[in-house]
Design a protein. Structure first.
Lengths: 598, 234, 182
């Protein structure tokens, strides 16, 4: 074991900055990272044990204890619940004979929960030893568990492969792309190198101005003008700079990057190379969420292929002056790492805590070098803009939102999947495309954005109206909006907060308790005022976008569905502490052996 | 000397050295901006969020934001003070702060801030979290019930080789401070003392030390936190 | 005009807050002029004999009896004041809140170092006894509390100032030195 660890550390150049890779590799070899291994790592890397542990304990796919020969991570997102996760979870527990959060006595099967794994269009889904299993039913679970009992290989448990590249030799996943609508930008005809060829005929400055003229804005959700970001970074004018592609889509309900990574990886990598040329960077890093580990080997083969075709490497397209390479950095399970500065911290082998700004990454990013971080979809757009020109691009979309957008549609509808639409499309039109009827609400942009009701279905998907990173969850009339939706989202934010800022660490739990009080019939008018007042502090007093928006599930439903809350609270009194004497004495009475006399 | 940067805090004209943060510059100009995780000469964390100020309508932490020419900083205004009290209240309900039994009571900065804002009761329901103390070191006792996760110890307490004795563990509401037992095995009395001093609350304690000053003689018994800052200048 | 009526009680507390009330020294004579005491250890009236204006609550709720008394106070008093750390946040009794109640009971009656003669392993379960709550609750998590006076105990001046303010309706004086948590 000591030798294995030593080899892995040496391979990473004894560099503590590569701690993520080191830990992932150790885990792949040894199953988990024991206390003993942690000690050895501290020694070999010349840091304290607690420094190793702080990274190790941050990411939820890292294991400090054995989690079974077969480790099941069942997605617990809202849409998974809607599609029958509860029954699937019960089947897993029954068949395996252990509860979620534990491992069977023989150490064979471990059952764990995980946040959204990017499979909302084919839920319930789970990861088993990194392989994706979709559309689970109790019957399928029975087969899976019996396979595990019999020592079957995980890859042999996959019966059918999905469409497109999912069926290719290096992927072999049962995932389906579910591309439901192709538009004229991203899902249009493409042959690798088209954009890059055009770009290299221009000066880097011209490339930047072309991107600026296209009015392209970041597709991750925040919508920062891409060209401007590049310009800032180029202006930093340092010897070394970096291009990062953010493929850590973790916002519940988005899975469009999964599709891009599967079907259009060349487009992403080419976009990275173009941006590298524009800002004067030679190195690119694709930060890939751990949930998409099943795509890693395939993506690496694409990189190799692009090297061979001179779309990457020392002399791209045989030019003298431009070389660019890309490596893949794996995440290890942390939604917050989708925040660009947390992503950089993570890539440096640390906890994924967002950084304070200023300085901004364009001045001081990865390893303190100027860095741009662009969403995968943004980079794909860049290639097409270079190929067809900014003028062509601005013809598409709405007033303030040029181009098209990939929307990940899931929830209560007939046709979940990815739709490429022009910005400015009405919510209603997407609902029609998706075959959705009897709709109570749509969560546009995921839990961190807005939950709207039918009165707003004429609003448009655009930066000027309803911005979205791509998540579009349809919630039918029969769903319990507060009990199921809001509570699930709060749980998500509680689980995924890095914990650094006081308010984000604390407030979601306080809000959740308040919601629970309302749901158990103890709510009063004051509780609604509190939810509003307390929730609004999240925006004011947190460092990053996660914290600032983590109260939105509450705030936006309070705004758009106030009547649902009003219907749950008591109107006969203005105070109810929610204290329940009967339940408070249950445990002690039971233990001493008496019947509560209330 | 390099050119000073002119800016204002609540309308008061102030001057800062280039690169200085709002909080440091404020101190130099005799203006107190309440803070908890800030520690002089140590990289700011910007995590407690108490030093939140407003510049051009935007909230930012004074301990991490450098002063810019002509900046108009709002500090002592009802909106911010309300936010600060609410953060202090969150810290009270998210830990187990039994002041009457705490060695740091009277010298505790969290408590002192609560006094400053006359907090009679936290508005939020107590979370009564389960926290495990760590008494495994010869000289130090770590009481996580009182920890406010300000990162001061992580940033400031290092061994001779610059390795951290303290680090974070886990994340979110499970976040906790852990002490590296191996490195802290032979910790000097001075460093142990320093660690206790650095901790703004009673979470890091030097063993066999406590309750040394009688009530009435402790740091914040009679004087509000930050009140000394104005007097120094005037 | 009749004098305002004050009631006081100690729930899961140590009576220290009541001691602090006595600590107003000679002002207690003024207090007697200003208010009338009803149910309170001060005058040893055991049950409410009338509606009261002000109820002072020391201690939090650790058992069903505390809850019952507190609820009775809420019913009988126009204004309820949480007096001291235990009433406000559970105080020292709430140190047990991180520990399951079963463990607490076992520690007290079976495993504790001072347990010597419980060979039959009897846990008190008589119906007459109050039932223990799963944790110690601050008073305001059980009933509505109108005002809070922190301290362990609250300084005598703080209690005095509060009572005067409540009786006169004037704004309360809160000098820095009197609001303390220990």
């Amino acid at each position: 074991m000591r030798n294995t660890v030593q080899k892995i550390v040496q391979k990473a150049g004894n560099d503590r900055g590569r701690l993520m890779d080191i830990l992932l590799e150790i885990q792949a070899e040894l199953g988990y990272v024991s206390g003993e291994v942690t000690d050895q790592l501290a020694e070999e890397l010349g840091i304290s044990r607690v420094d190793v542990e702080q990274t190790l304990s941050f990411y939820h796919f890292f294991r400090q204890e054995p989690r079974g020969e077969y480790t099941v991570y069942l997605n617990n997102s809202l849409v998974a619940n809607m599609m029958g996760r509860v029954e699937v979870a019960a089947a897993f527990e029954k068949e395996a004979g252990c509860k979620f959060g534990s491992v069977t006595e023989d150490g064979r099967i471990g059952l764990f929960e995980t946040a959204d794994i990017g499979m909302n269009d084919q839920e319930p889904a789970a990861l088993i030893n990194g392989k994706v299993f979709t559309n689970l039913t109790p019957l399928v679970v029975r087969e899976l568990v019996s396979g595990m009992r019999n020592g079957k290989k995980v890859e042999d448990m996959i019966r059918n492969y999905g469409d497109g590249k999912n069926g290719s030799d290096l992927v072999r996943a049962m995932v389906h792309n579910n591309i439901k609508q192709k538009g004229s930008v991203l899902f249009s005809a493409y042959s690798p190198g088209e954009g890059l060829t055009k770009a290299l005929q221009m000066s880097p400055e011209k490339v930047i101005s072309e991107v600026k003229d296209s009015y392209l804005r970041g597709r991750g959700g925040a919508g920062f003008p891409t060209g401007l970001k590049w310009e800032f970074c180029r202006r930093a004018n340092k010897e070394v700079s970096y291009v990062f592609c953010n493929a850590d889509e973790g916002e519940p309900g988005t899975f469009k990057e999964r599709v891009l990574l599967t079907e259009y990886p060349h487009l992403i990598f080419e976009g990275m190379a173009i941006s590298g040329y524009a800002i004067g960077a030679k190195h690119g890093v694709l930060y890939l969420r751990n949930e998409y580990d099943y795509l890693k080997a395939y993506l690496e083969s694409v990189l190799e292929e692009m090297h061979e075709k001179k779309l990457l490497g020392d002399r791209i397209l045989d030019t003298e002056e431009f070389g660019f390479d890309i490596r893949i950095q794996m995440g290890a399970g942390a939604y917050v790492c989708g925040e660009e500065s947390a992503l950089l911290e993570s890539s440096e082998g640390k906890r994924g805590e967002p950084r304070n700004r200023p300085p901004f990454p364009v001045e001081k990013g990865y390893m303190d070098h100027p860095t741009i971080i662009n969403n995968a979809e943004t980079l794909c757009n860049v290639v097409k803009i270079l190929k067809n020109g900014s003028e062509w691009y601005t013809m598409l979309g709405s007033q303030e939102s040029a181009g098209t957008k990939l929307i990940s549609v899931s929830g209560d509808c007939k046709y979940p999947g990815v739709y490429e639409v022009e910005w400015g499309i009405r919510v209603k039109d997407i609902l029609d495309l998706a075959g959705a009827s009897n709709i109570q609400a749509v969560q546009v942009g995921g839990p961190s954005a807005e939950c709207i009701g039918p009165a707003d279905f004429n609003r448009t998907i655009s930066f000027e109206d309803l911005p979205t990173g791509g998540s579009f969850i349809i919630i039918g009339n029969k769903r319990d909006l507060i009990g199921d939706v809001v509570t699930n989202f709060l749980d998500f934010f509680i689980e995924e907060s890095c914990g650094s800022c006081t308010v984000c660490r604390t407030m979601p739990t306080i809000l959740k308790n308040k919601i629970a009080k309302i749901l158990t019939g103890h709510g009063v008018q004051q509780d609604l005022e509190d939810l509003q007042d307390w929730g609004s502090k999240m925006k004011m007093a947190n460092r990053c976008g996660l914290g600032q928006t983590a109260a939105n599930p509450v705030l936006s439903t309070l705004k758009n569905f106030r009547e649902k809350y009003e219907g749950l609270i008591r109107k006969d009194v203005d105070f109810d502490s929610g204290f329940d004497l009967a339940s408070a004495v249950v445990d002690s009475c039971e233990h001493v052996g008496r019947t509560p006399n209330l | 000397m390099s050119e000073k940067i002119k800016f204002t805090i609540d309308g008061k004209e102030c001057y800062a050295e280039p690169g200085q943060t709002i909080l440091e510059a404020a101190l130099d100009n005799g203006v107190y901006i309440p803070s908890l995780c800030y520690l002089k000469d140590v990289i700011p964390a910007g995590s407690c969020r108490i030093c939140n100020v407003k510049v051009a309508g935007r909230f930012m932490t004074a301990c991490t934001t450098p002063v810019a020419m002509g900046m108009e900083v709002e500090n002592d205004i009802p909106e911010l003070n309300e936010l600060r009290v609410s953060i202090i209240e969150m810290l009270f309900v998210s830990g187990n702060h039994f002041c009457p039994a705490c060695e740091k009571s009277g010298n505790c900065e969290l408590q002192a801030l609560a006094y400053k804002y006359t907090m009679m009761v936290p508005r939020y329901p107590y979370l009564f979290p389960e926290k495990k103390p760590d008494s495994g070191n010869k000289k130090l006792f770590i009481d996580r019930n009182r920890c406010i996760l300000c990162k001061r110890c992580i940033r400031a307490v290092k061994d001779e080789q610059g390795r951290s004795l303290f680090a974070f563990k886990n994340r979110g509401n499970e976040l906790a401070i852990s002490l590296d037992h191996e490195l802290a095995e032979n910790i000097s009395d001075e460093l142990a003392e320093e660690a206790m001093e650095i901790c703004p609350v009673g979470s890091i304690l030097k063993k066999e030390k406590g309750f040394q000053q009688p009530i009435g003689h402790r740091k914040f018994d009679k004087q509000a936190i930050g009140s000394d800052i104005k007097s120094v200048i005037k | 005009m009749s004098k305002p009526v004050v009631a006081t009680t100690s729930l899961a507390g140590c009576f220290g807050c009541h001691m602090s009330l006595l600590d107003i020294d000679e002002r207690i004579l003024d207090l007697i002029e200003l208010v009338e005491f009803n149910k309170s250890p001060i005058d040893d009236i055991k049950v409410f004999t009338k509606q009261c204006d002000i109820g002072l609550i020391e201690g939090g709720c650790c058992n069903s009896e505390n809850v019952e008394v507190l609820r009775a106070f809420r019913k009988q008093c126009k204004i309820l004041v949480s007096l001291g750390e235990c009433a406000i946040m559970g105080g020292l009794p709430a140190l047990r809140n991180g520990i399951p109640i079963k463990e607490c009971i076992d520690e007290a009656y079976l495993n504790g170092p001072t347990v010597s003669e419980n060979t039959e392993k009897i846990l008190p379960n008589d119906d007459e006894l109050p039932m223990l709550l799963d944790k110690v609750y601050p008073c305001h998590e059980v009933v509505k509390i109108d005002y809070y006076l922190p301290g362990c105990p609250p300084r005598a001046d703080l209690i005095w100032n509060a009572l005067i303010a409540l009786v006169t309706g004037d704004e309360m004086e809160l000098p820095y030195e009197v609001v303390k948590f220990d």
